[in-house]
Design a protein around this ligand. Structure first.
Ligand SMILES: Nc1ncnc2c1ncn2[C@@H]1O[C@H](COP(=O)(O)OP(=O)(O)O)[C@@H](O)[C@H]1O
Ligand SMILES: O=C(O)[C@@H](O)C(=O)COP(=O)(O)O
Length: 415
């Protein structure tokens, strides 16, 4: 094993796994803390947790248990994967998990690097941008669970961690890996515990990939992993993706993300394909609701996959949250998707296209899928994946990823 990844949500996990496979690394994803008796043959193992928004103690203990499993299998380098929009709060969980992993490894320094330039996530002087807009001015300010209202990664990290955060600016990235290594060493000497790595483009990813080659723990988004895998170089991407290619026949689209991009994707799809909007009030009160919508989906004609969506524009979402409570509404919607997924499988659906990280976690867990083979990417950061030992294919889409016609493109690729 070359790299062990601990990812804080399921779409984040398939995102990074997709980039590793695209660079030719044989990669397996394990959903949940791996059981002690499990062994896998792969160059990279991605452990997918659902720890982005859970209580801090749970996130720390699951991350440490995953680290121990990876270490016991001789893994030499570890990657804590979180969202490219740094989804977290002043309580965590990025800071506390990073600190716990550093302590467990006996290290006192790491990098913070949520970039993914191909999807518009860049950092400049430690400030995070989403498609050219500061994070706090992007759609992330309206996120239902982790609204992001600051764009300064040093401040965000300092608020939720034990140490101080410095920054390696893009001008240093321009000078190459030796200059970056020297800047990291200087920051460490000055007492910083974390360093935000700037990246404006793919060339910077290649530089940082080389610069962090000797670090035991790195943290960030899949752009950093892309840079690291490119530095290793020279492998066969098609062969690495072979086992994860989509199989199966009947597809359904489940959308539980309220991001701007998912709103656009739902709008582009729902006028053309059979679709139904989820009623949050019924999620809260009607135990037969999931059964009813599974029946509705099963009754749709063959053709474009039926869409079941909780996706809402920010203004409507705020109304729903004011009426039912934000946490209660989001938990009820997640419970609904969790109840729906196994019923859809029982009705003959074997390809699930899911939008939203938490939603994907709930769906994968409800289907009882222990792990994935990773297939080819539909869009950057969204590969098709195939359940290990089960005839089920899934596309787990981060709320923010893909272009407007993503739901069509996923189906085109699977035909
Ligand atoms: N209509 C809605 N009302 C309230 N909460 C919702 C609604 N639709 C989705 N949610 C909740 O919002 C959260 C979206 O998170 P997630 O699935 O991770 O999407 P993203 O990838 O955009 O972050 C989930 O907890 C989901 O249940
Ligand atoms: O880095 C990213 O943006 C994604 O990999 C990711 O973490 C997705 O999370 P969601 O936005 O919750 O789907």
């Amino acid at each position: 094993m070359r790299l062990g990844v601990i990812a804080d949500d399921f779409t984040g996990a398939t995102d990074i796994a997709g980039f590793l496979v695209a660079n030719g690394l044989r990669t397996v994803q394990i959903n949940g803390v791996p059981p002690a008796g499990l062994d896998v043959a792969a160059e990279a193992v991605v452990v997918s947790l659902k720890t982005r928004s859970c209580p801090v103690e749970e996130a720390v203990s699951q991350s440490l248990a995953s680290l121990e499993w990876l270490r016991a299998r001789g893994c030499p380098q570890f990657f804590f994967k979180y969202c490219s929009t740094f989804d977290s709060t002043p309580r965590g969980n990025i800071g506390p998990v990073t600190d716990a992993l550093l302590d467990a490894l006996g290290e006192d320094f790491t990098v913070i690097c949520p970039v993914l330039p191909v999807n518009g996530r860049t950092t400049y002087c430690g400030y995070l941008f989403v498609n050219g807009v500061p994070l706090a001015e992007s759609g992330m300010r309206d996120h239902p669970v982790t609204p992001m209202t600051d764009s300064n990664l040093m401040r965000l990290m300092d608020a939720q961690s034990r140490g101080r955060t410095g920054s390696v600016p893009s001008t240093v990235m321009d000078q190459g890996p030796d200059a970056v290594r020297a800047a990291l060493a200087r920051l460490k000497d000055e007492g910083f515990r974390y360093a935000v790595l700037d990246a404006l483009n793919d060339a910077h990813l290649v530089v940082m990939g080389q610069a962090v080659a000797g670090m035991r723990l790195v943290t960030g988004g899949s752009g950093l992993a892309d840079g690291m895998a490119r530095a290793w170089g020279g492998a066969d991407a098609a062969a690495a993706a072979a086992e994860g290619k989509p199989a199966g026949g009947r597809a359904v689209v489940l959308s539980g993300s309220c991001s701007s991009m998912t709103n656009a994707q739902v709008a582009a799809y729902r006028g053309v394909a059979p679709s139904v909007a989820v009623d949050v009030a019924r999620c809260l009160s009607d135990p037969g609701y999931a059964e009813e919508l599974a029946g509705w989906a099963a009754g749709q004609p063959v053709g474009l996959a039926p869409l079941i969506y909780a996706t809402m524009e920010p203004a409507r979402l705020r109304e729903v949250q004011a009426r039912f409570g934000a946490a209660e509404a989001s938990a009820a919607v997640e419970r609904f998707f969790g109840a729906l997924a196994p019923r859809l499988e029982a009705a003959g659906f074997d390809r699930f296209i899911v939008a939203g990280g938490e939603t994907s976690g709930v769906v994968t867990q409800a289907l009882g899928i222990g792990g994935f083979h990773i297939g080819p990417q539909i869009a950057p950061g969204v590969p098709w994946v195939r359940a290990i030992g089960r005839p089920l294919s899934l596309a787990l889409k981060s709320g923010n990823f893909g272009q407007e016609r993503f739901f069509f493109e996923a189906q085109d690729m699977a035909d």
